[in-house]
Design a protein around this ligand. Structure first.
Ligand SMILES: Cc1ncc(COP(=O)(O)O)c(C=O)c1O
Length: 500
């Protein structure tokens, strides 16, 4: 055992201890374990018999039931020890801020594996996962098609730094699904895609100002880390030290769902505006739904003023429909950014759009953008496998049906418990806001009771349900979520609302 690991108990020993200590003595608290046949058939047909039978008695189901009126806090001693070590080595103990649970309090959970809709933590507890790696895992964890495709690609070499056939295939697939995307460039993350799209818009229009909507997130690059300051309104203040004021000053903000405000910005700064970037369905203030005409209004105003519209579909692309939010709302932008689902859980991003605009990218044009691992064969193989599964006829119908059942159930439980909530959902993206009033922009989202959300989050976590650890994030349903997972979640939700 290494010096660092010496204070950690053996994982097997901990699992054994917890199994014995937490087996629920009260028979009425035991729930029927999920039957493989109760799962989505799509999910189970892929798994060997060994896996199916393991699912008959998942680890957490052998212990205290999620429908008990009170449950003891789950012991996560290994997670806690790992987090203590991580804090010495990684800023805040994590490699991306929201993972640190600052939005809900407590220590983050360290996971060791994922299978279908379930995550298993290092302490051996199982959770129905609604984070899905923040969106990419629309097929669930370790989907056999993705695993096999990535293994097969790996055998042929992990990276060429040169063109290969799968890049062309995925570009064909993306351009077929998105009529507005005539040419596409692959990159390695959503942030890379949005940054490159902004540079392209600036280079193409010869203008410098980017407009974003208050509370929308487009990655951690300098131009996006800006919100409207109260005194200076739309003049752009950096949200983060390190973002030069000169850069932040080139980003203007408008309230989401407020076309008159965007029009006013164009009236005041029109000739300087290169692009308007928007999450067509917002996921990063929690889920916000665009009002009728809002997205088309953005596209029209951009056209009128010679700016480019950029729909940031990093989260919504291939999640809301085969052609993303653009298909769902029947609106087409000049440029589109993608990520998450198109990599199936591997690092991929993409930006694409009008042929005349994309042709300005090097080497075809003068606007430079490059990446050592862009179009990486493993990532593209994972992405292709994911997109092929999503092309099956009923994929989105099933996602919609499962998500509706889940969210209708959550609303019903909240009502029964007398807890005021607003549940926003588009397809398989959803957020429970702890406020009674409609949530449609940043100020209305901020009315949510974050302390209450934190309690709800932990009550669910201790009952084996893993939500995004922040009130202002989208939760995701995957195709691996079936009847058993929904039943388990709603049992937990019922008790969590009552425990508030
Ligand atoms: C809408 C949107 N755009 C861009 C990004 C940045 O993507 P990445 O984290 O892959 O850099 C995200 C990440 O959550 C996102 O939700």
């Amino acid at each position: 055992m290494t010096a660092r690991g010496k204070d950690l108990p053996d994982v097997g020993e901990i699992e054994e201890r917890h199994t014995n200590a937490r087996r629920c003595p009260d028979a009425q608290h035991r729930r029927r374990p999920p039957r493989p046949e109760a799962q989505s058939p799509f999910f189970w047909e892929k798994f060997p018999t060994k896996v199916r039978s393991a699912a008959r008695n998942p680890f957490h189901m052998r212990r205290c039931s999620p429908i008990a009126t009170t449950v003891a806090r789950m012991q996560r001693t290994i997670s806690q020890s790992l987090f203590a070590r991580a804090k010495e080595l990684l800023p805040g103990g994590v490699n991306s801020p929201v993972r640190a649970f600052r939005g809900v309090g407590g220590d983050p959970v360290f996971f060791k594996s994922g299978e279908g809709a379930w995550l298993t933590c290092v302490d051996g507890h199982r959770y129905v996962d609604y984070v899905g790696s923040w969106g990419p895992l629309i097929l669930g964890h370790a989907h056999p098609s993705i695993v096999e495709a990535v293994i097969a690609a790996t055998r042929n070499g992990t990276s060429f730094g040169a063109p290969h056939a799968a890049e062309v295939e995925i570009a064909e697939l993306i351009t077929q699904r998105y009529p507005s995307v005539e040419k596409v460039r692959l990159v390695s993350s959503g942030t890379e895609a949005t940054s490159a799209a902004c540079r392209l818009a600036r280079g193409f229009t010869g203008r410098e100002v980017i407009v974003k909507f208050e509370g929308c997130y487009h990655g951690a690059a300098d131009p996006f880390l800006v919100k409207a300051g109260s005194g200076v309104e739309t003049l752009g203040l950096p949200d983060s030290p390190g973002v030069p004021a000169a850069v932040a000053g080139l980003t203007l903000t408008a309230p989401f769902n407020d076309l008159p405000a965007l029009k006013a910005l164009f009236d005041a700064h029109g000739p300087k505006i290169a692009a308007v970037i928007v999450e067509p369905v917002v996921g990063n203030m929690g889920v916000l739904i665009p009002k009728a005409g809002f997205l088309q209004g953005i596209v029209d105003l951009c056209k009128e003023h010679g700016a480019l519209s950029i729909f940031d579909e990093v989260m919504t692309g291939f999640r809301l429909a085969k052609g993303g939010a653009q298909e769902l709302y029947g609106v087409h932008s000049d440029l589109t950014t993608m990520g998450k689902v198109i990599g199936g859980g591997l690092p991929v991003g993409a930006y694409g759009g009008r042929r005349d605009v994309m042709s300005k990218i090097a080497p075809e044009g003068p606007i430079y953008q490059a990446g050592t691992l862009s179009g990486n064969p493993l990532a593209v193989a994972g992405g292709m496998a994911c997109l092929k599964e999503l092309a099956k006829p009923d994929a989105y119908t099933r996602l919609e049906a499962t998500s509706k059942t889940l969210c209708d159930g959550i609303e019903a439980e909240a009502k029964a418990a007398g807890v005021p909530i607003t549940l926003n959902r588009v397809g398989s993206m959803w957020t429970v806001f702890f406020c009674a009033t409609p949530v449609f922009d940043y100020p209305s989202a901020k009315k949510a009771d974050t302390a209450r959300f934190g309690k709800f989050f932990h009550a669910l976590l201790d009952r084996g349900v893993y939500l995004p650890p922040s009130q202002f994030e989208a939760a995701f349903v995957s195709l691996a979520h079936g009847d058993a997972e929904i039943e388990h979640t709603l049992g937990a939700v019922k008790q969590a609302f009552r425990a508030l």
